[in-house]
Design a protein around this ligand. Sequence first.
Ligand SMILES: *[C@@H]1O[C@H](CO)[C@@H](O)[C@H](O)[C@H]1NC(C)=O
Ligand SMILES: *[C@@H]1O[C@H](CO)[C@@H](O)[C@H](O)[C@H]1NC(C)=O
Ligand SMILES: *[C@@H]1O[C@H](CO)[C@@H](O)[C@H](O)[C@H]1NC(C)=O
Length: 360
Amino acid sequence: MGFWVHTSLSFTAIALLHLLVLVSGRKANGARRRSETGTSDFFNGRWVLDESYPLYHPATCPFIEREFSCEKNGRADQDYTKYRWQPHDSNLQRFDGKEFLEKFRGKSIMFVGDSLSRNQWQSLTCLLHSAVPTAKYNVTRVEDVSNFEFTDYGVKVMLDRNVYLVDTVREEIGRVLKLDSIEGGKLWKGIDTLVFNTWHWWNRRGPSQPWDFIEVGGKIIKDMDRILAFEKALTTWGQWVNTNIDPAKTKVFFQGISPSHYNGTDWGEPRARTCVGQKEPLLGSTYPGGLPPALGVLKSALSKITKPVTLLDITNLSLLRKDGHPSIYGLGGRTGMDCSHWCLCGVPDTWNEILYNFLL
Ligand SMILES: *[C@@H]1O[C@H](CO)[C@@H](O)[C@H](O)[C@H]1NC(C)=O
Ligand SMILES: *[C@@H]1O[C@H](CO)[C@@H](O)[C@H](O)[C@H]1NC(C)=O
Ligand SMILES: *[C@@H]1O[C@H](CO)[C@@H](O)[C@H](O)[C@H]1NC(C)=O
């Protein structure tokens, strides 16, 4: 793959050595940090049917957006809500919303990214509200930032809609996607826990592409290799993290690449053109279609950041969940076909359960 050759050639030997030291250092305080207490790797595992799930019933969460309200939109099967993620060599602690609110008293968590971030943000607000339904809450929105505040606890669960992390600016020539500029980061300062995500919008073309030009390295261009653009933006974001994050105050996570299911060949069912009608996950630990190439780019970009960033490596476990999407029970209803977002309750609750285990 030309891309990899390009990136590896652009390193000097010293940078590579530096990188190796950082990667091994990060492993020690990342996913393997809690190995003393029996936690080693949350992301390798399998899905098991567990009748004590879901963690909440959708009816106890009145504010789930229509886009994710599969049951309300007519989805009748229930099993997809009852799978629990079981790591191979550790156990996840069950999400406890009351404990979360107590421990997080006076603190803020912000999801930054596209609609997959909104999916995870809604899941967390449901997990918390259904655990303590009498706790007062107040939802406000100022421009792109939504704030779901549990006022009795002073806990803010926030969402900043920012699909590229780097800036898109309206200029005389048109809308410019600036790969080296990250002014939007001013909204992320002072937050206690940040969970970033970007990927799905990098492949947009035509009318749904929200920019006309790309600015990179001081040049304005019409377009470029999208994977390379994604990598440049992640580098800019990584520099923002290095410059602005005080690890004593703020924990930084990256959501990882949330996979879509539009081609049954990927899960060994070549006749399936979409995810519609899928009622159970793949029950093993491997996904025949393999991992999306963007994940490799993301991992490489994360390995170059000097401040601690934890990858919520949800790609593998979500790939197995061809049954977790709204399909015809999403925003578009019977005429839509959403195999990108996730039903709530559902898969993002597991992402948050893993996040909770990191934050405990
Ligand atoms: C909700 O938040 C808004 C904006 O911060 C504030 O003006 C309002 O008083 C809050 N309401 C409650 C019930 O706390
Ligand atoms: C599904 O994926 C397979 C294997 O990558 C590919 O050959 C096929 O063309 C794809 N089908 C569609 C409808 O995109
Ligand atoms: C996912 O994780 C399993 C181990 O749990 C591994 O065998 C597999 O290769 C990983 N990747 C994919 C795409 O399945």
